[in-house]
Ligand binder design. Structure first.
Ligand code: ADP
Length: 492
């Protein structure tokens, strides 16, 4: 019998990856397509929605060409979250660029929501504070700026959606307009408890229900592609948590990409007193599982920035190599608040700074401080989680591009005072989506079976003593306070 394979699509911000995952959890084939990103104005971030879909279609073709005759059991999709697409229901053509999660174009609208005192209600219903990151204000912008947008949406002629829904629509040839609950939970239109669009919130953002996708479980057949059930849909960060086999409360994962997302399962919805979001981890089986999440805007991206600033030929790896030349940061702190600070501070007016410079400071020490800023920011969110949940958080699960850096992982363990368990797969989100799809079609029978699949992991133990840890964290807190003062002082 031919082995059953899951076609896993990971539609990310910088590229689209497609993998074939076999029933032992191994990668049987892979293909990817890079994606360009556009910055038409300061703070605006867009992608071409048509190009985005074609990157998926091309990567599927290339991946399948490597496995002629493969028998597919299911398709699973993980995707960049919060980004939004609008398209014409009849033609399937995108009506505007994809507004990417990083885009701040709806900042003024968000300020207005805050002034109207809506934040407590929004947090209570959606688990999310007010920020241009979340989809709803982006959808509002689209409806205001697509010619006749509001009317077309109200008439049902315009479809609005998250990236999973755009991919699903195209995979099914325009037959299905649906998104999964995790993607819905990042829109700020979902009523977290009822798992349905919230009519009052739809009123606040004036988004017509008929334009929105139907909400589906993360694991379950949502449609068909080439006769194969599309049985897994999930946001990439949630997929990574699932791919770590972190199925029980008490696990925390951090994805180290351009920015970072930390997530910990809570079972039932738990609300944070420390700047974290409440979200749906996944909807698998009869009920949704909830999580607390902290988003950090700039982590690995700061390493890239420093490399570019220093005009290094290969910015990210060059800056990481430079950091290795310094045993420590020599009292230097870099706070990469380039676009403000996300969790747990949520301070959009903070700006980046480098503190503690002396005449003897070297470029290597600044590079080291840049790397360390990733670990300090992750610690800030980890500590917020520890205070919000009542279970112990004994270790941190790590994944993502910047987690390849051993010295960062060691410093992370040191500054947390807890072990860091790194998953060495570069495909964790795709694997998480494949697992959810495979569970839905019976390729795997249970979470236990998934947990038993081989996972390439290694481990970093903390080596720093508490006195040193406390001193360094105090220095970091002071640097963050200064970065926030910039906002308090206002622009010159
Ligand atoms: P994303 O999914 O957000 O595009 P990736 O998971 O691919 O990100 O990780 C890329 C990020 O990792 C970039 O921001 C880059 O600067 C950073 N990075 C790459 N190599 C290193 C390294 N050796 N040390 C630290 N950060 C790195």
């Amino acid at each position: 019998m031919k082995r059953k394979l899951v076609l896993a699509i990971d539609q990310g911000t910088t590229n689209t990856k497609v993998l074939l995952i076999d029933d032992k959890g191994g990668v049987a084939a892979r293909a990817s397509r890079p994606l360009s990103i556009h910055f038409p104005q300061p703070g605006w971030v867009e992608q071409d929605a048509g190009v985005l879909w074609r990157s998926v279609a091309e990567a599927i073709d290339e991946c399948l060409a490597q496995a002629a005759g493969a028998e597919l059991a299911a398709v699973g999709v993980s995707n960049q979250r919060e980004s939004v697409v609008a398209w014409d229901r009849k033609t399937g053509e995108a009506a505007a660029p994809c507004i990417v999660w990083q885009c701040r174009r709806s900042a003024a609208f968000c300020d207005d929501l805050r002034r109207r005192g809506l934040e407590p209600m929004l947090i209570e219903r959606t688990g999310l504070g007010i920020d241009p990151l979340f989809s709803a204000s982006k959808l509002r912008w689209l409806l205001d700026n697509i010619p006749g947008g509001q009317k077309r949406a109200e008439a049902g002629d315009l479809c609005l959606g998250t990236v999973d829904s755009w991919v699903l629509w195209n995979l099914t040839g325009g037959r299905v307009h649906a998104c999964d609950a995790t993607n819905a939970s990042r829109t700020q239109l979902l009523n977290l408890r009822r798992l349905d669009w919230d009519d009052e919130l739809l009123g606040v953002f004036q988004v017509p229900r008929q334009a929105l996708p139907e909400i589906r479980p993360s694991s379950g057949t949502a449609g068909e592609w080439a006769g194969v059930p599309i049985a897994g849909l999930i946001g990439d960060s949630h997929a990574a948590l699932f791919g770590h086999a972190a199925f029980e409360p008490g696990s925390v994962k951090a994805t180290y990409g351009t920015g970072s997302s930390l997530m910990t399962l809570t079972g039932q919805p738990a609300f944070s007193s420390h700047g974290l979001s409440t979200t749906i981890a996944w909807w698998q089986g009869p009920a949704a599982t909830y999580a607390l999440e902290g988003n950090i805007f700039m982590t690995g991206g700061a390493v890239q920035w420093l490399g570019e600033f220093l005009r290094l030929a290969d910015p990210a790896s060059g800056a990481a190599a430079l950091a290795l030349e310094a045993p420590g940061a020599g009292g230097v702190y870099l706070v990469p608040a380039f676009a403000g600070l996300g969790a747990p501070y949520w301070d959009s007016t903070a700006r980046g700074l480098i503190s503690g410079l002396t005449r003897g400071t070297t470029a290597a020490q600044v590079a080291r401080a840049t790397l360390e800023s990733i670990a300090y920011q992750v610690r800030d969110v980890f500590e917020a989680m520890r205070q919000d949940v009542s279970v112990d958080l004994p270790e941190l699960l790590a994944d993502g591009g910047a987690s390849r850096n051993d010295s960062l992982m060691q410093f992370q363990a040191d500054i947390l005072g807890r072990p860091v368990v790194r998953n060495l797969s570069a495909d964790l989100s795709a694997i998480g989506a494949a697992w959810l799809a495979g569970l839905a079609v019976g390729l795997w029978k249970s979470a236990g079976e998934l947990r038993a699949l081989p996972r390439p992991e290694d481990r970093f133990e903390p080596r720093m003593n508490q006195t040193e840890r406390d001193a360094r964290c105090a220095g970091w807190r002071e640097a963050v306070a200064r970065a926030r003062l910039h906002g308090a002082a206002g622009e010159p």
